[in-house]
Design a protein around this ligand. Structure first.
Ligand code: NAP
Length: 232
């Protein structure tokens, strides 16, 4: 293990590669079995990161849902749910969002320098605001998380966050779940945007596992040599 957290990217997409539709309501792509799998993955991580747009739009709780898993974490001296982490350029986050109000765990906001002061005022007492340069520097984010004891980081989207981690070569593993339907609307959000990715037709990622969970399929890709084989 290097001196930055192991980074696991997780997303659910439609057959045509969308991670949401173009409406304001949240699109459910996973099924119950897969939500439970994600819950188990969350319980094994030290921190969960999502982009500020996902925090605002989806208002996710980002906590471990299973009581047994929360109890198991407590028994190991850990908080019941992983630390919550978000990235923001503008710092425009409402302290009433579930990201801040739910879960007995630390919340960290990595904020671009120009917005730090306003974010500290707005989120006083609910989150730690870290000045992360301008634009937000992912290497700084990972170094800071490592210094806070985070060894395993789960990145749960959205699209621009996934794009940034993948094009920077900072992901060790990806969990891609494909739901059995199409969105078929180019106004909707895709898994990732344009960019130069380390994996292409000449340099293929390693498919570490394929797992069927009811009507969805999990594709697990090893993106670095830190990702072990089938059970890693
Ligand atoms: N299906 C899935 O698995 C899944 C999971 C999560 C999200 N989603 C969907 O993804 C969509 C949101 O994706 P998105 O691309 O619009 O937004 P996003 O990735 O959730 O958040 C992007 C925001 O992050 C902030 N940011 C600051 N520094 C950044 C950096 N270095 N790299 C990237 N972002 C940085 C900016 O926030 P500020 O605007 O505050 O400056 C930026 O607007 C939603 O539709 C959501 O439903 C789907």
């Amino acid at each position: 293990m290097g001196d930055r957290p192991y980074v696991l990217l997780s997303c659910a997409m439609s057959i045509d590669g969308y991670i949401d539709d173009a409406t304001t309501s949240r699109l459910l792509l996973s099924n119950d079995a897969d939500f439970d799998r994600v819950d188990a993955v969350r319980a094994e991580c030290d921190a969960i990161l999502v982009g500020a747009h996902t925090v605002r739009q989806d208002n996710p709780r980002l906590v471990v849902r299973s009581r047994a898993r929360r109890d198991a974490r407590r028994a190991q001296g850990l908080p019941p749910s992983p630390i919550k982490v978000t990235l923001t350029a503008h710092g425009d986050l409402d302290p009433a969002l579930s990201f801040f109000t739910e879960g007995d765990t630390d919340k960290i906001v990595y904020c671009a320098s120009p917005a730090v002061e306003a974010a500290r005022e707005r989120l006083d007492g609910v989150a730690t605001i870290v000045d992360s340069r301008d634009p937000v520097d992912l290497h700084l984010v990972l170094d800071d998380l490592w210094a806070r004891g985070v060894r395993r980081l789960l990145v749960e989207g959205g699209s621009s966050v996934h794009t940034r981690f993948l094009t920077a070569g900072l992901a060790d593993e990806a969990h891609v779940v494909v739901a059995p339907f199409f969105v078929g609307d180019s106004r909707a959000t895709r898994f990732v945007g344009d960019g130069e990715y380390p994996w292409n037709s000449h340099y293929r990622a390693r498919l570490a596992e394929v797992r069927q969970l009811g009507d969805v399929v999990l594709l697990r890709y090893a993106l670095s040599d830190r990702c072990a084989g089938k059970n890693g």
